[in-house]
Design a binder for this molecule. Structure first.
Ligand code: KIV
Length: 276
């Protein structure tokens, strides 16, 4: 396939491996709805993650734990439809929500199958290291691609007690590197590294043949992921160091809504041209 055909073709797990080998960086963003998925696919985002961060930014919960598998499937269906109706290029990965894969590898497989069957997404993402290695193997063995997630794992927030940077101490760093190798061996095609020291991300990225996707893990990762609401500046209260805000849509939307309210109150809307 020539370069321009490759740039239009649907992004696959094989393509992500090639990107790592060729030193091409992978751009991943979260998406939760149809309209946004269309825009992000058109913009050339390689991977759309239907993140369980929908629990925070969409539903207003303080953690990712409350979101259900049915709610994830609802968001996933909308995102897949959006990509299909645009260029069809972006890979769509769905987060498996809290307690949909931790009880047993059999239940995890059933739920991963349900997620894959109910819409045509490309892969599922699971948080965890050696503890979920058998589950990752079981799911990948039947042909469902798995993306791993190490470092800060938001589904374990009650265990950590805070969202601080993970693996700063040598022991946790060694464990994380080992976990990354175990998850790769279990069959994962990529691993998200969240909020870990850049030097550790360099080591993990060098040690794996599969791509690493960083969020607060420095520039050496094979790709980067951010939450779409954060880069668009939709949330006024959340400004962590690892987020680069590319727009201030909070202000833009508030301004537009205020103008609309005023126009309605002043009977400036609708005009004769906007009426039948
Ligand atoms: O749910 C999510 O948005 C994520 C990303 C932060 C990687 O898992």
């Amino acid at each position: 396939m020539n370069r321009s055909a490759q740039q239009k073709a649907h992004v696959t797990t094989r393509r992500l491996l090639d990107m790592k080998q060729n030193g091409e960086k992978i751009a991943m963003l979260t998406a939760y709805d149809y309209t946004m998925a269309r825009i992000l696919d058109r913009a050339g985002v390689d991977v759309l993650l239907v993140g369980d961060s929908a629990s925070n930014v969409f539903a207003g919960h303080s953690t990712t734990l409350p979101i259900t598998i049915e709610e994830m499937i609802y968001h996933a269906k909308a995102v897949v439809r959006g990509v299909h109706d645009e260029s069809g290029r972006a890979m769509v990965v769905i987060d498996m929500p809290f307690m949909s894969y931790q009880l047993s590898s059999e239940e995890a497989l059933r739920n991963a199958g349900k997620i894959m069957k109910e819409h045509e997404c490309d892969a599922v993402k699971l948080e965890g290291g050696r503890v979920i290695a058998d589950t990752v193997k079981r799911i990948t063995d039947v042909g469902i691609p798995v993306m791993g997630h190490l470092g800060l794992m938001p589904q374990s927030i009650y265990k950590y007690g805070s969202y601080r940077v993970r693996a700063q101490e040598e022991r946790e760093a060694e464990q994380l590197l080992e976990d990354a190798k175990i998850i790769e061996k279990a069959g994962a095609f990529a691993i998200v590294l969240e909020k870990i020291p850049s030097a550790l991300a360099v080591e993990v990225t060098r040690s794996l043949t599969i791509p690493t996707i960083g969020i607060g893990a420095g520039v050496a990762c094979d790709g980067q992921v951010l939450v779409i609401n954060d880069i668009l500046g939709l949330n006024r209260e959340f400004h962590p160091r690892f987020v680069r805000q590319y727009a201030d849509l909070n202000t833009v939307i508030e301004h537009a809504a205020r103008q609309y309210v005023e126009d309605v109150h002043q009977t400036n809307f609708p005009s004769p041209d906007e009426s039948y």
